[in-house]
Write a protein that binds this ligand. Structure first.
Ligand SMILES: [Zn+2]
Length: 270
């Protein structure tokens, strides 16, 4: 919590509180305030198509900045992060630290804790990553429904993405058929929705977790990304609103790295 020491507390004084009960309330309020401040509000979940935002600086350590809210998607789960600017200074990396998002700048910040800053997301990169990520979910759902494949690894990048999966027989034409099916579904333009669901309820849906090993995060509410009528996954990513936005998925390369590690590289056009 040392990074927050200079944060202007809304609980400025306990001079009006004197009894034991009031002391307990005061301690609870301080704890609540600290836990709320320790979280970065995920604007990229609420407004995935926004490109600019304002936020208050919560902590500055060298070139690393934490804000009270952010549109920048942090690197994680095999998905590349957003870049952009904060008050005109380049953000070169965005990462997750518990519930906080850290923005790494390429120069010392020209602001301090408590300042309001203007953030801009590199939209070309972000939109590309959104399209790549939704494409990954679509492919994954087809591999799962047609061949009961589980995903063993993935790397969502701007130009070329990768998906690893287990498949008994490494059959090139079968896999090409799955990609063709994905493009057919893109043509039908299903909506992509996100919402929260109680964990117990979500885990009753067998198709929800298609990753071979990763368990969903240990949270009471799971965030669900649904391609309407096609796929549901527990996921914290940023996605497009409709499948048409994907364009066309191209199979770039297939690699056979063993039964549990068939590897597919794909790209998108345009
Ligand atoms: Zn995902």
């Amino acid at each position: 919590m040392k990074a927050m020491s200079s944060w202007p507390s809304i609980i400025t004084s306990k001079r009006c509180m004197s009894g034991r009960f009031e002391d307990a309330i005061y301690v609870s309020l301080v704890k609540l305030e600290k836990s709320v401040l320790a979280m970065t509000k995920k604007l990229y979940w609420e407004q995935p198509y926004s490109k600019e935002f304002s936020a208050t600086v919560v902590s500055v350590e060298g070139n690393r900045v934490v804000l009270d809210q952010s549109l920048f998607y942090p690197r994680g789960g095999g998905v590349a992060c957003d870049t952009g600017t904060l008050n005109g200074i380049q953000v070169t990396e965005t990462s997750k630290d518990g519930d906080r998002i850290t923005h790494t700048l390429n120069a010392p910040p020209n602001f301090t804790v408590g300042s309001t800053v203007e953030g801009k997301v590199d939209w070309d990169r972000r939109y590309r990553l959104m399209r790549m990520h939704t494409s990954g979910h679509l492919l994954c759902s087809i591999f799962y429904s047609k061949a009961n494949c589980r995903i063993t690894g993935n790397q969502i990048e701007v130009d070329k993405s990768r998906m690893d999966f287990n498949l008994d027989q490494f059959d090139r034409s079968l896999i090409e058929g799955f990609v063709a099916e994905a493009n057919r579904l893109v043509g039908q333009d299903a909506a992509v929705k996100t919402y929260f669901m109680p964990r117990d309820e979500a885990l009753k849906l067998p198709e929800l977790v298609k990753l071979a090993e990763a368990a969903p995060p240990n949270e009471a509410q799971l965030r669900i990304v649904e391609i309407e009528g096609i796929d549901k996954q527990a996921d914290g990513g940023v996605h497009v609103a409709r499948l048409k936005e994907l364009g066309e998925i191209h199979l770039v390369k297939l690699e056979n790295k063993g039964k549990t590690n068939r590897r597919l590289y794909y790209e998108l056009t345009p």
